[in-house]
Structure formats: structure tokens, C-alpha cells
Design a protein around this ligand. Structure first.
Ligand SMILES: [Zn+2]
Length: 250
């Protein structure tokens, strides 16, 4: 790059992207292509704490950005049926998030196929179990999409004793022997973050797998997925309600 063009680029970036990136532009000058400077700027300005320190910072790592919420495929979009009876209003923000798997080795990586499986879950829950609607608050596919179930505002039917106090998220498939793909895991994490930002889930929420619900006898969400969520920061081996008691309420 000619020096005059280089100066223009530097000055342009300085005014366009702010003071924060300038020292890094100088440090990395000549070593990296221009998009890298923009990446540095974006990282620094949008998430300054994590840019500097990768250590665990429970509150600062959840800086609020409206763009953090994933796209949620609405019931209309996936061809869901309306509830056949009244659902209970959720008292938000809830203190728990419960992770499930579908429990059948039926996987999907396209929105069309995932939507068909979500419809089959709803049919099973409404017609076989006799529930008013699909049990989960949300369903996530390995296509990376989040599908609306009962949503944030209605009590689900997925984990007895936790239903009125949690958002239940199910990943489509059986994760006994393998993990969900990265797209699905990221979608779950992003959805939880979104719930925290929108005050649907308490900031200090506890994350559990369905098998931790003593009122259920289940291996859900599958051993591999359970081992994965055990590594997530807010997973708890000892779920307690907000007053510090064990969760055998209700
Ligand atoms: Zn489950």
C-alpha cells in the first residue's frame, strides 16, 4: 500500500471507528489486511471487557445487546396448532432453565425438516398426552433455529415441579451417544441470553438437565448433552429455589 493511501486509511478508520482501535491499528500496521482492524474495533467497542480478559465474569459477560436474541421461528411459520385450551401465565423472570432432548434418533439440519419434527412433537403432546399445547417453551434444531413452543409467557409441560419456574428448551434428536452440533448448542445459549436480557429469565438463573428433576424418571437430555451442559457456567448440581430450599415444592 502506498504511504499516502495508508495514511488516508488510518485516518479514515480513526474517524469512522473511534479512538479505541487506533493503538491497535498502529501496532498491527502493515501486518494484517484492513478487515482485521475492523474486527478489532468491533470486538473492542462491542465487548470491551471480554476483549481484554477471558476470565469468568458472570455479570459482565452478559452485556446487553438487542442483537443477541436469535431469530425465533414462530408457531405460524412452523405450522403449529393453537393451544386447545387455556395455558397458565408464567411468572417471569423464572429462576430455572431446563434442557431436554427429543429422545428419538430423528435429527434435522434444515428448517423444513426441523419444523416437521416440531409438529410431530406437538401432535404427540396434544393428541397422545392430552396436553393443551406442545410441552416445551422452545425447541431447537441442528439447523440452528429456535422454534417457538409455549414461548416465554406460558407455563410449559416438560418437567413437573419446575414448569411454573422454568423455561424448558428441547433440542431435536437423541443425545445419548453424541452431542448436538455447534449450531444447536449456540442457539440454546443465545436463547438463554436473550431470555435474561428480556427479563424472562433471572440473571442468576440455574441451569439443569431434565434428569435432575426428582419428580421425573428420565435420562433426558441424554448423557452426551448432559455432560456438555454440566460445563456451562450456570449449570448447577444442586438446584435450589430462590429461597434456598430444595426444589420439591409444588
Ligand atoms: Zn426432557
Amino acid at each position: 500500500m502506498q504511504s499516502s493511501w495508508a495514511s488516508l486509511f488510518l485516518i479514515g478508520n480513526f474517524f469512522a471507528f473511534g479512538y479505541a482501535a487506533l493503538p491497535l491499528q498502529i501496532l498491527t500496521w502493515g501486518k494484517t489486511p484492513p478487515p482485521f482492524h475492523i474486527t478489532i474495533w468491533a470486538t473492542l467497542v462491542q465487548n470491551p471487557v471480554q476483549s481484554i480478559c477471558s476470565c469468568p465474569l458472570p455479570d459482565t459477560k452478559r452485556l446487553s445487546y438487542p442483537t443477541a436474541c436469535p431469530r425465533i421461528v414462530s408457531k405460524d411459520e412452523w405450522g403449529g396448532r393453537p393451544p386447545k385450551g387455556p395455558t397458565e401465565k408464567m411468572n417471569v423472570p423464572v429462576p430455572f432453565t431446563v434442557v431436554h432432548h427429543g429422545g428419538s434418533k430423528d435429527y434435522c439440519t434444515t428448517e423444513e425438516r426441523c419444523a416437521a419434527i416440531v409438529r410431530s412433537y406437538q401432535t404427540s403432546h396434544m393428541d397422545s398426552n392430552g396436553w393443551n399445547d406442545i410441552g416445551y417453551n422452545f425447541v431447537v434444531g441442528e439447523d440452528g433455529n429456535v422454534f417457538e413452543g409455549r414461548g416465554w409467557e406460558a407455563v410449559g409441560a416438560h418437567a413437573p415441579t419446575y414448569n411454573t419456574k422454568s423455561i424448558g428448551i428441547c433440542i431435536i434428536g437423541d443425545f445419548t451417544d453424541r452431542l448436538p452440533n455447534e449450531a444447536a448448542l449456540k442457539a440454546v445459549q443465545s436463547l438463554i441470553e436473550c431470555g435474561v436480557e428480556q427479563n424472562k429469565i433471572q440473571r442468576q438463573y440455574q441451569l439443569i438437565g431434565h434428569r435432575q428433576n426428582t419428580a421425573s424418571s428420565t435420562v433426558c437430555p441424554g448423557t452426551k448433552l448432559f455432560e456438555e451442559i454440566m460445563t456451562w457456567p450456570q449449570w448447577t448440581p444442586d438446584p435450589k429455589n430462590v429461597k434456598g430450599f430444595q426444589t420439591n415444592w409444588d
